[in-house]
Design a protein around this ligand. Structure first.
Ligand code: UDX
Ligand code: ADP
Length: 456
């Protein structure tokens, strides 16, 4: 077995994962390829294609030493014995399962590239999130090669979260490796585990069968999203009962069986994974004749949509039942703080609903403005994009906080208030700000799941 690793797909998963592997495994040569030449050029430059704290340092340490970026997929396949596949697996938009099932066309294309160009046995690793039992289909495709080559398929899902990708990869809670149960599969599993053993303690390397590994990835995301939808549903009840969602979350989370993390009420979860993976799970349950299980998980997504709609409804009703021709400063467009990523960001949906109500939007985000422009490119209405938050708020009737960027807390709210139309409103969709402080400045403050602070 040679020590060359290839990763097909240089996106949010492939790029950072391979950079951390190369950094920790100087004995391995790591090649990352992508069909997108622009993306590869960015990985080779000083301006990486994704923003992730600490990523640049890791890439700069390893790049040119044992980490290489290239568009030459064919040469990579020929050279490497271990191939990670982290191409995109979006939700299908057509045919059977449209809107729910994963579109596996990029994955299958990659498998076919591998059999066409491979000249030696390979270990092929599913790094992208895939429906359970994809490995079976992929294994069949790969074994259909007529060159008498052996392909082992391994599931090694990635659990890192954006914004903390480098820390998560450097100190993972677990590395999950699923393999076929025959001797060849088990040998491949050990070869993959050997890579991680360079920096991950043995007890954190969890070995399972390949189906458990595939399913664990989907269910982990579904369980995390379920916590958020649960807490968000209760935020609505808090607003009706004077209970405070922060107190409820904190007190609940003190039970070690529940735990304190992922109980932050919000306008809703976003990101490229949660919705996609739950819908994928829902489709799998339907496909396997389990409609009750499917409906149970689908409710997590429906509750998320409800929370986003509820937020906009609240804005409209508090602003005297109309936002038409009123400027609203949207603070934050990324799906969460510390990332420039806006995929499935609740801000997209909230902005579209506000535009339908004929609000005038001034959008500010420290990292995500370029993507915001693309996300709203097809929308009609008055939208401006401001890199300066004070400009965004000038003349606005309201500020809507949609992403929990810490720097928003340090803004000069007296200055913001002075420049805004009165009465001035803050709708804090992330419970981020010091509500008492901004209330005393003069704002009418609408947090989530907490008491309204109003001068009206
Ligand atoms: C997620 C999983 O956490 C990660 O393990 C998986 O590999 C990929 O999907 P990511 O989408 O990057 O990671 O972000 P995450 O931190 O999980 O946040 C997802 C969304 O949930 C964000 O919109 C965030 O703002 C929201 N969220 C998170 C809440 O609304 N409340 C919380 O308490 C936590
Ligand atoms: P993720 O968040 O899962 O990493 P991304 O969309 O960020 O997803 O990245 C997936 C990458 O895979 C994209 O850059 C895309 O160009 C690349 N890709 C898709 N199909 C192929 C293929 N057949 N060969 C090489 N790269 C591919």
């Amino acid at each position: 077995m040679n020590k060359t690793i290839l990763c097909i797909g240089a996106g949010y998963v492939g790029g950072p994962t391979m950079a951390v592997i190369a950094d920790n495994c100087p004995d391995y040569k790591v090649i990352v390829v992508d069909v997108n030449a622009e993306r590869i050029a960015a990985w080779q430059s000083d301006t990486l294609p994704i923003y992730e704290p600490g990523l640049k340092e890791v890439v700069e340490r390893a790049r040119g030493r044992n980490l290489f970026f290239s568009t030459d997929v064919v040469a990579g396949i020929k050279e490497a014995d271990i191939i990670f596949v982290s191409v995109n697996t979006p939700t299908k938009t057509f045919g059977a399962g449209a809107g729910k099932a994963a579109n596996l066309q990029y994955w299958e294309k990659t498998a076919r590239d591998i059999i066409e160009h491979a000249e030696s046995d390979k270990i092929v690793i599913e790094k992208s999130t895939l429906p359970v039992r994809t490995a079976e289909a992929m294994h069949r495709i790969l074994q259909s090669n007529t060159k008498n080559l052996n392909f082992d398929i391994i599931s090694n899902p990635e659990f890192m979260a954006e914004g903390t990708a480098i820390d998560d990869l450097q100190s993972p809670g677990r590395v999950l490796i699923g393999a076929m149960e025959d001797a060849s599969g088990q040998k491949a599993l050990e070869a993959v585990a050997d890579i991680y053993r360079n920096w991950v303690p043995e007890e954190k390397i969890k070995k399972t069968n390949v189906w458990s590994s595939e399913l664990t990835k989907l269910v982990s995301n579904a369980m995390l999203a379920q916590r958020i939808s649960s807490v968000n549903s209760i935020s609505a009840l808090c607003e009706k009962t004077d209970a405070n969602i922060l107190e409820v979350s904190e007190a609940m989370g003190m039970d070690p069986r529940i735990g304190p993390r992922f109980l932050q009420a919000s306008i809703g979860f976003g990101g490229s994974c949660f919705k996609k993976d739950i819908l994928n799970l829902v489709y799998l349950c339907e496909f396997h004749g389990l409609p009750e299980v499917a409906a149970y998980w689908e409710q997590v997504v429906l509750m998320n949509d409800y929370q986003e709609r509820r937020f906009v409804k609240n804005i409209t009703s508090c602003m005297f039942n109309t936002v038409a021709d009123k400027k609203i400063a949207v603070f934050g467009f990324a799906f969460k703080a510390d990332t420039g990523d806006t995929r499935e960001s609740p801000a997209i949906y909230v902005s579209k609903l506000l535009l339908e109500e004929h609000a005038i939007l001034a959008i500010h985000d420290p990292q995500a403005l370029e993507y915001a422009k693309l996300d709203l490119a097809d929308c009609e209405g008055d939208i401006s994009y401001e890199s300066d938050p004070y400009k965004a708020a000038e003349g606005a009737h309201a500020i809507a906080v949609l992403t929990e960027w810490k720097e928003f807390r340090d803004l000069d709210f007296k200055r913001l208030y002075a420049s805004m139309a009165k009465p001035a409103f803050i709708f804090d969709g992330r419970n981020l700000l010091d509500h008492q402080k901004v209330f005393e400045i003069g704002f009418n403050v609408y947090p989530l799941g907490q008491k309204v602070l109003s001068h009206l």
